[in-house]
Design a protein around this ligand. Sequence first.
Ligand code: GDP
Length: 527
Amino acid sequence: MSSKPTDELRQEVEKRRTFAIISHPDAGKTTLTEKLLLFGGAIHTAGSVKARKAARHATSDWMEIEKQRGISVTSSVMQFQYAGKQVNILDTPGHQDFSEDTYRTLTAADSAVMLIDVAKGVEAQTIKLFQVCSKRGIPIFTFINKLDREGQNPFELLEEIERVLGIRSVPMNWPIGMGRELCGVYDRMKNQVELFNGKDHSSIEVRPTSDYNDPIIREMAGDYLADQLAQDLELLDVAGDSFDYDKVARGELTPVFFGSAVNNFGVQTFLENFLQLAPSPTPRRSTEGEIDPTDEKFSGYVFKIQANMNPAHRDRIAFLRICSGKFNRGMAVRHVRAGKEIKLSQPQQFLAQDRDIVETAYPGDIIGLFDPGIFRIGDSLAEGRDVTFDELPTFSPEIFAKVSVKNALKQKQYIKGLDQLTEEGMVQVFRSVGPFEDTYLGVVGQLQFEVFEYRMKNEYGVDIQLNRTTYQFARWLVGKVDPSKFRINSTLVKDKNDNDVALFENEYAMRTAMERLPDVKFLEMAP
Ligand code: GDP
């Protein structure tokens, strides 16, 4: 079916690493990202990533709401080269108020870095993001951060990762001391010690060892820490999982690295190991079967649309993940859903500092396409053929609000806005089936409501009323639905495709309904 890939395409695919960092707010994602960009030469001074956040707020072309909240509503892409690899970091919103966009961005990643605070362990947002990655079966690498602080026992952390996330782990290095006693890590793969010198651990000394009983360790770290290290590693050798590349590739085993991002400790070793072990772009599922990245014909899909970057012009940027072939500026491709040819003449790439026009791009890269309103989330673009990628599931909303228009005379614009914004994937809409038709919006993060309200006003001139409900779960129902079973702490609604959906206030109500209707399937996502 596909033509033989050129050496150029094969090489470009092979050197790409596209990943996202998943973590709970405050675990140190901004700090780690910044250190990685410094190594890659994409930025030159520490503080640039944070400064960029601040600078963005100072310019008027950013969403008003972002300025008000001082957070990043949308995610961008950072690109740099290191050790012959082309690295793409997908930046996902780090604030508690993440949105479906965060989840969708993860579908564009080929692997993920899970960042965990050594003292706090596995936190709520990490669990959610992990689950999205885990469902896709992508490799997940763990970086346990803030080793310079007193944290949990490393064994307990590994146990927690397995218990809470259901993934086994293999420590690639092991801390020698922690907090004030921290003096370095032992690299289990290379059999070497990395010691941090100076109060701020700014200089790092690497010493090869025969094994973890090498006298060098005793000399450098003292008897107490050397004994502790030998004891821990002996236990790991006997009882821990051994490194298995295939299991890592399937997302069944996570390699774990210990370090401290702010002190730049363990970051470079982590980056180098990660780039070695993480996969280059993998084949993607489509209506034509799996599409290999080295397939000569260009293809990709839109995973995110960012509106209102410039309210004065109302332009939108559609973010496209390239799945196969080479992108050339100005090329003509098929917009599969619309069934027409379009020219990709104004693509932008999002670097750490700037927005540049790209001339060429390869599988694994993300390009931002200027969107005059022709794209929807999930749209596929392909060179000379109709292939549709099957990458974007809808996610089960967890927060619900009743929505209505404040001024009944604006009903028409309200319906139009509601239709367009739900179509775009901004929020999910549900309608009640009772005698009084209520409209519910479902989201995964509170912020989506705020952005929805803002856009309804700014783009459609409509003031809306949003009332939060106590529902927490949505389940799509397959089978014969008896409405009398959904009266207590739950309600029956229809989604935009007329599927039956039940909203529940709590797990107890959901379990009760499941028990009462054993022949009905309760699905987390639309069938
Ligand atoms: P984000 O919310 O995940 O992006 O977290 P930030 O990168 O903004 O970091 C949150 C806080 O943790 C900041 O005050 C950082 O300086 C601090 N931090 C990051 N890495 C480390 C570390 O290795 N050790 C210590 N002690 N603090 C850190």
